[in-house]
Design a protein around this ligand. Structure first.
Ligand code: FPP
Length: 227
């Protein structure tokens, strides 16, 4: 549970370090991703113990297609399994799925599974937003094109066309595994977000780490450019 101070409504996580986790344990990379999915599952379960209205996870970037084919296949198969196994739990726990990114570009069977999952979770009260085939620069260009087609491009008109338009403003961005960069994730949305970079590798990230991050957030003074 987060402590005193401001409560975060929207946290996003760059889940990094699955490969290094596996390497340290002399396991195949695929095992790192598998453990990574378990970490996702536990985190989603813990949402009800937080102030969060939305958790956004970077699951597959538009650059991840450059990975070896067997790793991409592995990630896609994990996605299929995850949706199938966890959809009933999402529905039971009032979790609403939201997808950001060019997800219609995924394999047709995954698109169909996601469409079904979106429909079945539409009434949920807490949002799990998953970034799939996502790239922030492409998202901004796309939003700008739509805003221009509607009329004037302003901060508000552009933001209204981002994949995140329906989500609360981003409060906190976490990246695991000791890397300190944004990797084309939520560049616009992170304008005033607090950031936490932790050395914990994603498969080792537990709800306790999330609660600690929310506590840190509660103690930070946010200025939004003021003083
Ligand atoms: C980074 O680890 C992680 C990813 C590329 C993908 C994150 C995916 C998952 C946690 C599993 C799939 C998610 C869902 C929701 C089903 P890395 O391979 O870049 O690690 P490394 O930098 O140590 O090599």
């Amino acid at each position: 549970m987060s402590g005193e101070g401001q409560s975060a409504r929207h946290v996003a996580i760059i889940m990094d370090g699955n490969g290094r986790w596996a390497k340290r344990k002399h396991l195949p990379r695929a095992m790192g991703h598998r453990k990574g999915v378990e970490a996702v599952r536990e985190l989603v379960r813990s949402l009800q113990d937080t102030s969060l209205e939305c958790l956004t996870l970077y699951a597959f970037s538009s650059e991840n297609w450059k990975r070896p084919e067997d790793e991409v296949d592995d990630l896609m198969n994990l996605m299929r399994k995850f949706i199938k196994s966890d959809l009933p739990e999402f529905i039971a726990n009032d979790v609403k799925l939201h997808i950001i990114g060019d997800w219609q570009g995924l394999a047709p069977d995954i698109v169909a599974m996601l469409e079904n999952a979106l429909e079945q979770t539409a009434k949920g009260s807490r949002t799990l937003a998953v970034a799939l085939n996502y790239g922030s620069q492409a998202e901004i260009v796309h939003a700008a094109q739509l805003a221009a087609a509607d009329g004037e491009i302003t901060e508000d008109s552009l933001a209204a066309h981002l994949y995140t338009a329906a989500l609360p403003p981003l409060d906190l961005l976490i990246r695991t595994s000791g890397e300190v960069r944004l990797s084309n994730f939520l560049l616009w949305q992170a304008a005033y977000a607090e950031m936490i970079f932790t050395d914990v590798l994603w498969p080792d990230f537990t709800p306790r780490h999330l609660f600690d991050a929310l506590d840190q957030f509660a103690g930070r003074e946010r200025r939004f450019g003021g003083r």
